[in-house]
Design a protein around this ligand. Structure first.
Ligand code: SF4
Length: 465
């Protein structure tokens, strides 16, 4: 599976002013959430230093000499660009602004579904933009919002803003963390000795030796200052809509999110998938690395051997592969090394977490056959993706999604597979247990009420109930 999340967040409020290393280490645990740009902002409550650029976290950290920055309050961000948007250094986060004698710095994970309207309104109010990012609008809206307290300002902001925002904000001498009323993207609170930490995933807390205190609630703002930590509610009441794709694919398997252990969730999806098996399988081959936990659950349930018929090369990145004018199959071969001895003359269940366009999966099926597989049965541990996400995951258009216009037999033919089995939405919801708290819009094309502007094009594609 190949999708891009848009961001990872890590913030700390400390008694020490030597926090640059911790920020770096914590953010490094979130590199999988975005590999295009990174940024750091540190404040001592009066002055603020920020460095951000295109590149991987460790390169940006080194290039900006961030280890020399001092301050008790810090936020850090790693980013992938949204669809169709080329990599631009000015879109890297955090965004900073000086307002009424105070520094503000904002880092955001998510996507504002009415970003165009918000930007137009701000432009007509005379706001100057340095970037094309919706996060810059969010910062201006906060800075201009009426109200004395952060919760009052966020109430005003939430009345205008639609979509997904988990965010970290330095506001003068305070660290503020807030999550939109639906709670699409994760945000967790941790403690390390006297330090407070807020980050996207618990794996980042583990990385810096912090304890997880709890998840920040949808529609909750946490304010951390010299007096300690204060929590308040803001925005309209909404049903929880945690992104189920975080559990399926995006989050690290060693994270615990939305009340689930991510690794165990993926294994449970694979287990359920195996219970639908209709073919006699010789071996189970995961698509590395994302299909591995589901393949493990699947193989255990069927009592069939899990074999690494494809080994992922760890020495090749997107930037190496993309410029080549090679076929998709050849590009897959550069990344995934097929083992002929494992595949030869076997009936294979090829297990992956999800399929988006289907072009990579099709190439993998082709490669398995080329290396001797007798039959290839594609097993997908989530439902068919039929609609794009507008809440922070970079998905292709509806037309480009392989399952948006094809039946299962048509997908099977497109893939060149012997059979294809997905989980149904109901089966995914069964694995999620508290299913009413999850967003499944990309599997149903039904978006939560009040999450999109009324004239949004996605609403034209609603599937019948
Ligand atoms: S539409 Fe899909 S990817 Fe987007 S928030 Fe909902 S479940 Fe997650």
């Amino acid at each position: 599976m190949k999708l891009k999340d848009e961001c990872g967040l890590f913030g700390i409020y400390s008694r020490s002013s030597e926090i640059a290393e911790v920020l770096h280490l914590g953010l490094f645990a979130l590199q999988h959430r975005g590999q295009e740009a990174a940024g750091f902002a540190l404040s001592d409550g009066r002055e603020l230093r920020c460095y951000k650029d295109l590149g991987l976290i460790q390169d940006v950290y080194a290039k900006g000499n961030v280890r020399l920055f001092k301050g008790q309050i810090g936020i850090a961000h790693t980013r992938y660009s949204t669809q169709g948007e080329s990599a631009r250094p000015e879109n890297a986060q955090p965004f900073i602004l000086r307002r009424a004698g105070r520094w503000l710095a904002l880092a955001h994970n998510g996507n504002l579904s009415n970003a165009t309207q918000l930007r137009e309104e701000l432009l007509s109010d005379g706001v100057y933009f340095n970037s094309t990012s919706d996060t810059e609008s969010l910062l201006h809206l906060y800075a201009r919002a009426l109200g004395k307290s952060p919760a009052e300002k966020l109430n005003a902001l939430a009345a205008k803003v639609l979509g997904a925002y988990s965010a970290l904000l330095i506001d003068g001498d305070r660290l503020i963390a807030f999550r939109d009323p639906f709670g699409f993207r994760p945000l967790v609170l941790g403690r390390r000795n006297e330090d407070w930490i807020v980050t996207s995933e618990t794996a980042a807390l583990d990385m810096v030796g912090a304890e997880c205190v709890r998840e920040i609630e949808p529609g909750e703002v946490i304010i951390i200052d010299r007096e300690g930590l204060h929590s308040q509610r803001f925005g309209p009441q909404r049903p929880r809509r945690h992104c189920v794709f975080e559990l399926i694919y995006f989050a690290r398997p060693d994270s615990r999110l939305f009340g689930h252990n991510v690794y165990e969730f993926r294994k449970a999806c694979g287990d359920l998938l195996a219970q639908k098996e209709t073919h006699e399988i010789d071996i189970v081959v995961p698509v590395p690395d994302s299909g591995l936990p589901a393949a493990l659950g699947y193989s255990r349930r069927l009592n069939k051997p899990l074999e690494f018929g494809l080994i992922r090369s760890h020495y090749i990145g997107r930037s190496f592969i993309e410029p080549y004018q090679a076929s998709r199959v050849h590009k897959v071969r550069m990344k995934l090394l097929p083992l002929r001895e494992v595949l030869q003359d076997r009936c294979i269940a090829l297990v992956d977490d999800s399929i988006v366009r289907g072009t990579t999966s099709r190439a993998i099926v082709h490669v398995l056959r080329e290396f001797g597989a007798r039959e290839v049965h594609l097993r997908i541990a989530s439902p068919p993706i039929v609609a794009p996400c507008y809440f922070g995951i970079d998905m292709p258009t509806r037309e480009e999604l392989v399952a948006s216009t094809r039946t299962i037999p048509e997908i099977t033919r497109f893939m060149g597979a012997d059979s294809v089995i997905y989980l149904t939405v109901e089966e995914l919801q069964y694995c999620a247990k508290d299913s009413e708290n999850f967003c499944t819009s990309c599997f149903t094309a039904r978006y939560p009420e009040e999450s999109l502007p009324s004239e949004h094009p996605a609403l034209e594609y609603l599937l019948p109930k």
